[in-house]
Ligand binder design. Sequence first.
Ligand SMILES: *Cc1c(COP(=O)(O)O)cnc(C)c1O
Length: 424
Amino acid sequence: MHHFSYRDGRLFAEEIPLEEIAREVGTPFYCYSYATLERHYQAFEASLGNVPHLICFSVKSNSNLAVLNVFLKQGAGLDVVSGGELFRALKAGADPRKIVFAGVGKTVREMEEALRAEILLFNVESEQELLALDRVAGQGGMKAPVALRVNPDINPQTHPYISTGLKQNKFGIPFDTSLEVYRQAKELKYIEPIGVHCHIGSQILEIQPFVDTLGRIKELVQRLREESIAIQYLDLGGGLGIAYEDEAAPAPSDYVDALLQELGGLDCTLIFEPGRVLVGNAGILVTRVLYMKRGPEKNFIVVDAGMNDCIRPSLYGAYQAVWPAVQREGEKITGDVVGPICESGDFLAKDRLLPPLEPGDLVAVMSAGAYGFTMASNYNSRPRPPEVLVRGAEQWVVRRRETYEDIVQGESVPEPLSGADPVP
Ligand SMILES: *Cc1c(COP(=O)(O)O)cnc(C)c1O
């Protein structure tokens, strides 16, 4: 469910026609719907009711400060995976006591920053990381609150690139050795093991893998408590999928209900780290048709956004719907929607049946709110697009379009090399 819809054949973001936003900011641009963000968060929140819980929005799915602010205003915490994301989280005004920090490669500097901020939980992914954190915390005279990220070896039935809870994945500590690592953690002077963390993957469309994971984790928590390791937090990660095409995505309330049932009477504060399910369908990428190329074997609709702006189709073969900004009658065309990047893998959509389009028309690449702008790059020296937040009839540019100067910022030619001598 989202608030991008047609009125009299024109596509609106809440109360504003996309054409109007394009006139002001140019193309391409990302557009987010405030009402959709809020609604998705509330759906999650409402289904948790009085259960002690914290929803930590996954910053990597959409890191814009204004988007973070929408969730923070609803009482959210944040899930970060780098020092840069921690910086953003704090800059957006997050309460550090609601920040959790995951990632397989945390550096000493990142640990120091997070300890200084006094975050809620370090989600530790290996034995060596645990020892490093103990050292860093000791140097600062602090105790690090820790959950071990346990790898439950459960197949989430999603794209291999976004499966994270299998034995062959780099994430977490194998389930079978986790008890041993917890015992070790308990003995470390500057570590306080207070939680269990897991995150099995992304765009997961079945509830069962989450329930199976919780089943395994629950056993572990009971074992830990028997050994006086006082687990207070159960961080169940994110990963709930959304409908990009016609998939049947579970409702957050069904997901939460199934987990609460599996949890039984286990007394813990639950942490969730949803990303995609909160922002995915709350954002679109709006791009303009440059050329219609009718090839001998294929038609190409060349648009002004490319894989540098939205890489999901190229990277994962992901499907994202393409909607015209203005609905038009006439003969439909089948073709690939492609960008200007010099790569054959640069496409936003493949073999799509689309309404008649002409150069100058706007189209919206739907479901682009998660892993859209955050994965954008400057490849081909293309300035990254602006991000626009719409609430009702109001719109704000929450990140301006980059300039050519932005692109070369920080680069320099070393002085000894900068002379005008011709290369011999
Ligand atoms: C990426 C990630 C998430 C969010 O995943 P979604 O599929 O977007 O919900 C949550 N937790 C961790 C540790 C992650 O790496």
